[in-house]
Design a protein around this ligand. Structure first.
Ligand code: SF4
Ligand code: SF4
Length: 463
C-alpha cells in the first residue's frame, strides 16, 4: 500500500472516532428549573428516606430475598403474588407510553435515575468548582496545588455521595438498621459489601463521568421513544419562523433579523451539548434547561418568552394541537384498566395460600367399616403478618368425614404447615368414580381470611 493510500485509510479510520468532549452545562433559573429541582429533591428524598420508615415494628419497605418476601407498608408479597408484578409492569409500561405520547420525554428529563443523580452531581460540581465559566477556566489550567485541591474535593464529595447511595440501595434488601450496625463493626456479609461497592461505583461512574453518554449511546429508550411521538406531542422546540434569521445586534438596533440573537446560551446550558435550533434530535432529553435560558434572554430584550418552548409541531406550524386523540385514548384506557384491576385484586387479596396434594401411592382404600378413604396433604401458608390458627372444612359429598392427624393448626407468620388429611365417604353416596370436592381453610380469629381449593375424591368403579 502506498503512503498516500495508507494516510487516507488512517484519516478515514480517525474520522469515525469523535473524542469525548466534557460538557460543563451553565446553570439556569426559571419555571422549568424550579420544576426540575422539585422533581430531583422529591425523588431522591424518597429514595434515601423510605428505607428508614417503620411499619408495625418492621421496615416499611423491604425486599427480603432470602425469605422471598417483599414488604411494602401494610402488604407482604410472596412469590405466589407474581401476578401483581405483572400488573405493576403493565401499569409502568402504559404510563410510559401515555406520558411520552402526550408530553414527550418527561421521564428522561425529570424522573430517570440517570438524570436525577447526574443533576445532583452537577450541583456538587458547581458548588466546588463554580459555574461553567469557572469550570472552563479550571479545565484549561495546568495541574497545580489549587486545581488538585478543587478536583480532589469534588471527587471525594462524589464518592461519599455514591457510597451513601450504595448503602441505601442495599438497605432496601437488608434491614437498614442491621446494615448500619454491621458497617460500624465491619461485619457486613460478602454480598452486602459487594452490592454497596458495586452500586456506589455505578453511581459515581454513571453520574460523575459518563453522564450524557449513557443517554446518547447506551439507553435504548432514547432510540425508540421517537416512535411514540406525533405532531401533537409536546416537546422542547425552537420556533424557527420567529427566530430566523438569527444574529447578534445591539440593543434597540433595528435589523431585519429574527428574535434569536445567537447568544448560544441555549447550547451552553444543554447537558447533552446539542443545539436545539438544529431541530429535533434524539440526544434531547427534554430537560427544558434551554427554555429557561432563552426566556431570560427574551425578557432582557423585551421580546415574548417561548422562542424555545415546550410546544407541539402542530402549534409551531400554526395548526391546532389535539390533546385527545386515538393513541392517547387507547393508552389511557389500558392504563386505567390495569390500575383498576390491580386495585381490585389488592383489595380482594387474602393473605393465605392453600395447596392440596393427593397421595400418589394409593387412589383410595376401603376402611374396616366399608367406607372409602382418600388421603391428601394440605399445605397451609400463612402470608399474613400475624400468627393464625386455621380450621379445615370439606364439602362436595354428603356425609364426608374429615380426619386430620394434627389437631392444632397454628401457623406462625410467614411459615408453611403440612398436614396429612384423610377423607372418608359412604360408598352409597358416591355417584361417580371420581367426584369434585372443595377443601377450605379459615383463620379461627379472623373468618375473612379464608380460601378454598378444588380437588377430586376417587372411589371404586360403579357397576
Ligand atoms: S436541547 Fe434543551 S431540552 Fe434538550 S437536552 Fe438540551 S437543554 Fe435539555
Ligand atoms: S438562547 Fe435563545 S436567543 Fe440565545 S441562541 Fe438560543 S435560541 Fe437564540
Amino acid at each position: 500500500m502506498s503512503d498516500t493510500q495508507q494516510s487516507e485509510t488512517t484519516d478515514a479510520t480517525q474520522s469515525l472516532y469523535a473524542k469525548h468532549k466534557v460538557i460543563h452545562p451553565r446553570s439556569t433559573s426559571g419555571f422549568f428549573t424550579n420544576l426540575r429541582r422539585l422533581a430531583v429533591i422529591s425523588l431522591l428524598g424518597l429514595y434515601y428516606v423510605v428505607p428508614w420508615l417503620m411499619w408495625d415494628g418492621r421496615q416499611a419497605v423491604l425486599f427480603d430475598l432470602p425469605e422471598r418476601k417483599f414488604y411494602i407498608f401494610g402488604l407482604v408479597f410472596w412469590p405466589q403474588d407474581a401476578i401483581y408484578l405483572t400488573f405493576l409492569l403493565s401499569i409502568a409500561a402504559f404510563a410510559l407510553f401515555f406520558f411520552t405520547t402526550l408530553a414527550g420525554r418527561l421521564w428522561c428529563g425529570f424522573a430517570c435515575p440517570q438524570t436525577v443523580w447526574t443533576e445532583i452531581f452537577i450541583w456538587m460540581e458547581r458548588w466546588v468548582e463554580g459555574d461553567r465559566p469557572q469550570q472552563l477556566k479550571l479545565e484549561k489550567m495546568s495541574m497545580n496545588a489549587y486545581k488538585l485541591r478543587i478536583k480532589l474535593t469534588k471527587h471525594l464529595l462524589w464518592i461519599a455521595f455514591s457510597l451513601w447511595t450504595g448503602y441505601t440501595f442495599v438497605g432496601y434488601f437488608t434491614p437498614i438498621h442491621v446494615l448500619t450496625q454491621e458497617i460500624f463493626i465491619l461485619k457486613t456479609s460478602g454480598w452486602e459489601t459487594f452490592w454497596v461497592l458495586f452500586y456506589s461505583f455505578a453511581t459515581y461512574g454513571n453520574a460523575g463521568w459518563l453522564r450524557e453518554q449513557i443517554c446518547i449511546y447506551m439507553c435504548p429508550y432514547a432510540r425508540f421513544q421517537g416512535a411514540m411521538f406525533d405532531r401533537d406531542t409536546f416537546l422542547v422546540a425552537y420556533d424557527e419562523k420567529r427566530g430566523e434569521p438569527r444574529g447578534a445586534r445591539k440593543r434597540n438596533e433595528i435589523k431585519k433579523l429574527g428574535d434569536c440573537v445567537d447568544c448560544g446560551l441555549c447550547v451552553q446550558v444543554c447537558p447533552t451539548g446539542i443545539d436545539i435550533r438544529n431541530g429535533q434530535q434524539y440526544q434531547c432529553i427534554t430537560c427544558t434547561a434551554c427554555i429557561d435560558a432563552c426566556d431570560e434572554v427574551m425578557v432582557k430584550l423585551n421580546r415574548p418568552k417561548g422562542l424555545v418552548g415546550y410546544t407541539t409541531e402542530n402549534t409551531l406550524e400554526g395548526k391546532t394541537t389535539h390533546v385527545l386523540r386515538p393513541r392517547i385514548l387507547i393508552y389511557s384506557a389500558l392504563l386505567l384498566f390495569f390500575m383498576v384491576a390491580m386495585g381490585y385484586l389488592l383489595s380482594q387479596r387474602i393473605p393465605l395460600s392453600l395447596e392440596i396434594v393427593r397421595d400418589r401411592n394409593m387412589l383410595f382404600r376401603e376402611t374396616n367399616e366399608g367406607w372409602i378413604e382418600n388421603v391428601y396433604t394440605v399445605k397451609i401458608l400463612n402470608m399474613d403478618q400475624k400468627d393464625h390458627t386455621y380450621k379445615i372444612e370439606v364439602e362436595g359429598i354428603e356425609g364426608l368425614k374429615l380426619e386430620l392427624n394434627k389437631q392444632d393448626l397454628k401457623v406462625p407468620t410467614g411459615k408453611v404447615l403440612d398436614v396429612p388429611l384423610s377423607l372418608q365417604a359412604d360408598p352409597a353416596k358416591l355417584t361417580k368414580k371420581s367426584m369434585n370436592i372443595s377443601i377450605s381453610a379459615q383463620a379461627v380469629d379472623n373468618p375473612s381470611i379464608q380460601t378454598l381449593r378444588d380437588s377430586r375424591f376417587v372411589g371404586p368403579t360403579k357397576n
